[in-house]
Design a protein around this ligand. Structure first.
Ligand SMILES: Cc1cc2nc3c(=O)[nH]c(=O)nc-3n(C[C@H](O)[C@H](O)[C@H](O)COP(=O)(O)OP(=O)(O)OC[C@H]3O[C@@H](n4cnc5c(N)ncnc54)[C@H](O)[C@@H]3O)c2cc1C
Length: 411
């Protein structure tokens, strides 16, 4: 902590003093804690849920598409090296348009190896990221992990005082709300959230398949919502494995997810075709209601919002967590600079700088995913033709295609 820092007036003498207190140890909060610790900041991280350092949960079919920029962040935070199982590079992405049970439109957009000097991103199992985050958090000397625990936060201009249910008192320069979409700290700060319901659900599961995916991902736009197949690293039992994120109308999604294996497999083939040969669902099927939301501001006295507490977007482009990681990159760069100059990491101008760096770009991504959902999520024949021509047009213009690819990679 910087030398000029004086604790807030009523801070108890035995309070633990830190630079940053992060509430919420989801992927965004936990990565931020690890990254800040690398920069020498003292951090406390608090989560309602337990964060066991050694537990390896069973395969559950959920995975994240990690953009190249996010992977660099995880490497810099010391998390990537602790992944307990291999990731899978995404080397090609094919974007198509169609209807269930029909062949996709012959006009399509394909990002290939010639569009980027490195893979577009990496698929990692959600449980692998969790294991790596927990292991890294517990190994960093600058990080104190309080979990399962809950915090009461009092923020004043001079600093924040955090008391936990377990009886700890912490004095912090800055509190970070990383509590996910329903952030109590955001509500406490009176920050208004705007929500855009989609009346859709995302079905998430994994499938084993007959033929190898060769690192290719498919984003197939259907009238009820996009169907994405994302390549995963195989296991001994299932050498050819992919994750599916499949959007459908709310009621239908629940019915589809409850179908017996054979009928469910048939519905997958109707949407994905048979380019991977026969498919077999593996692991659980998850159904998530989909909506977008954004906070009207990301900051308040001694408080910043990061990740889903600040913004939630449609999973159409698999960018939700990647946006949260962009917040982490901006905030950790900023705080490391302030710390190096001996400044106050929770000062109002630092927080304003963070908001200015992140919010406009995040709003742009939210608007783009919302527009994509509206453009592709309908069956109007004129719109269908226009978007197919658009896809094929981008496909033919190499610099434009590469620009799209770089943006999706978070570079
Ligand atoms: C169907 C679907 C598919 C997706 N696929 C992708 C993908 O492929 N790629 C991608 O980039 N993104 C994807 N996303 C988005 C991604 O899951 C989220 O953006 C990401 O989980 C947000 O992380 P977070 O850490 O901000 O919040 P969360 O993951 O919600 O974590 C919040 C944490 O805070 C804790 N917490 C909450 N309240 C408190 C409290 N008061 N006190 C203490 N702890 C608290 C919780 O226990 C939790 O650990 C997908 C989302 C959906 C719905």
């Amino acid at each position: 902590m910087s030398e000029h820092m004086t604790p807030p007036p009523s801070t108890p003498a035995d309070a633990m003093e830190v630079d940053v207190c992060i509430v919420g140890a989801g992927p965004v909060g936990a990565t931020l804690a690890c990254r800040l610790a690398v920069e020498g900041l003292r951090v406390v991280i608090i989560d309602r849920a337990a964060l066991p350092p050694m537990e390896h949960p069973a395969f559950d079919g959920r995975a994240y598409a990690i953009a190249a920029g996010s992977r660099r962040l995880l490497e810099a935070a010391g998390v990537w090296g602790n992944l307990p199982m291999p990731s899978c590079d995404i080397r090609e992405i094919r974007v198509t348009d169609g209807r269930p049970g029909e062949r996709p439109s012959p006009l399509f957009l394909e990002f290939g190896r010639e569009d980027a000097t490195e893979p577009f991103g990496s698929m990692i199992e959600a449980r692998a990221l969790r294991v790596a985050l927990n292991a890294t958090l517990h190994a960093k000397p600058g990080v104190t992990v309080l979990a399962p625990d809950e915090a009461t936060v009092v923020r004043r201009a001079e600093g924040a005082l955090v008391t936990t249910r377990s009886g700890r008192t912490i004095s912090a320069r800055l509190v970070v709300a990383a509590e996910g979409r329903r952030s109590p700290l955001r509500t406490q700060a009176g920050i208004v959230v705007t929500r855009l319901p989609y009346h859709q659900c995302g079905i998430v599961c994994a499938v084993a398949h007959e033929r190898p995916h060769e690192g290719r991902a498919l984003e197939h736009f259907l009238p009820a919502g996009p169907f994405a197949q994302l390549p995963m690293a195989g296991t001994a039992e299932h050498p050819n494995l992919s994750a599916l994120v499949w959007t459908d109308e709310e009621k239908l999604a629940h019915r589809l997810a409850e179908l017996p294996a054979e009928a469910f497999t048939h519905e997958i083939h109707r949407r994905m075709g048979d380019w991977l040969g026969a498919v077999t669902p593996v692991g659980r099927r998850w159904v998530y209601p989909l909506s977008a939301q954004y906070a009207q501001r990301y900051i308040d006295t001694r408080l910043v919002l990061v990740g889903d507490s600040a913004h939630g977007i449609h999973p159409i482009a698999g960018q939700g967590l990647n946006l949260g990681f962009r917040d982490v990159i901006a905030l950790s760069d900023l705080l490391a600079g302030v710390q190096a100059r001996g400044g106050d990491v929770g000062a109002p101008d630092v927080l304003r700088d963070y908001q200015a760096r992140c919010r406009p770009a995040n709003m742009l991504m939210l608007a783009a995913t919302d527009a994509l959902e509206r453009l592709f999520g309908n069956d109007n024949p004129v719109l269908r033709l226009a978007r197919d021509i658009g896809l094929a047009g981008v496909n033919r213009i190499t610099p434009l295609r590469r620009a799209f690819a770089r943006h999706a990679m978070g570079l």
